[in-house]
Design a protein around this ligand. Sequence first.
Ligand SMILES: [Zn+2]
Ligand SMILES: [Zn+2]
Length: 415
Amino acid sequence: MQPKYRAARRLSNVYMIACHSCDYLHRIIPLADGGKACCARCGTVLYQQTHNSLNRVLALNLTALMLFIIANTYPFLTLKLNGIAEENLLISGVLTLYRMDMQGLAVLVFLTSIAFPLWLMVAMLYLLLPLRWGRIPPWRGLVYRMVQMLQPWSMLGVFMLAVLLAVVKLMDMATIVPGVALFSFMGVVLAVAAARSHLDHRLIWPHPAPPAITITGITARDCGLLHCHSCALLVPMTDAPAACPRCGHRLHLRQANMLARTWAWVVTALLLLIPANIYPIMTVVQWGQGEPNTIFSGVIHLIESGMWPLALIVFIASMVVPITKLLVLMGLLVSVQRHSPWRAHDRNRLYHITEAVGAWSMVDIFLIAMLAALVNLDALATVTPEFGASFFAMMVVATMFAAQSFDPRLIWDHA
Ligand SMILES: [Zn+2]
Ligand SMILES: [Zn+2]
């Protein structure tokens, strides 16, 4: 082993960090407030320094939690039509789906819009409150791992977009009165986003000040180091345990069977794409008239009623995003299997974009849940979710699993 590799290995546990995306090894250096350390090879953010991060993130999470409780107890939206008023809570969409025999969809909406966001707020408070007084919370590794795992499945922003779309869609049909809960929910979305952007993960896994040495141009794998994907600890390969000694996350050099697993999810999503587009996803009945709509006929219907912006958002989120995402993932899988060194930077960026936008396809599912709960005035108007919506939701979940099971470090192994 070359001396620079040996030096890197000796310093690994506390002074070095490997890039999540490309495995490139970096020495940890102190940053000025507001500074970000980015990977020298692929540009991914490695860590950041925020002024007073602990107190800020704590305050933001506490605010978000209190607003979330208000958002779940007070009226969310009220629909008024011909003297009849239908008051709704945040959870009404879930309950309506459940009552309409769409239990799977109800559980998915409940988890992504209520349970996971709540768990993330409580878990962050659980991790940070003891640290505020210099104590380490019990089960720190387990709780942190679950935070990392569930983060992509908390879809507050997507849900908020669905609510706005529902309001626009119903505006010319009925009077919509926003409730206290709706404004609180907007506050939750903002507070959670701010807390995420201010969090310095080194609060939870602190590093001591580094010694002055320079190590460049090598990856963690070159030095015989394994990189924990949850807490970023580097573990020497020779005595590598099956799990990270710090947080308990399973360690692997490159995701075992990653390619086969990602292909399996991609093929599953492609197969689900067919029924999701053939079967109707919802039926809107107004004054006794209406018929089941597929995703595509729903978009056409919106265009015919002059709701261009709404049609565009639904079209992009429900058709363009999932199909493009699957095509990109297939392209990445083929390029990795062929050991292609071709434009690693662009492929890496493409992967991170597809991973980030995938959740926005859920907007149609949240929209259906909102409409079904709101428009429930038997004789005047009803919205019923249909079979196709379940296939569509399963397809979105499969594309998200596909993106998560892909290991972007493989792009760089042959770059
Ligand atoms: Zn990198
Ligand atoms: Zn770890």
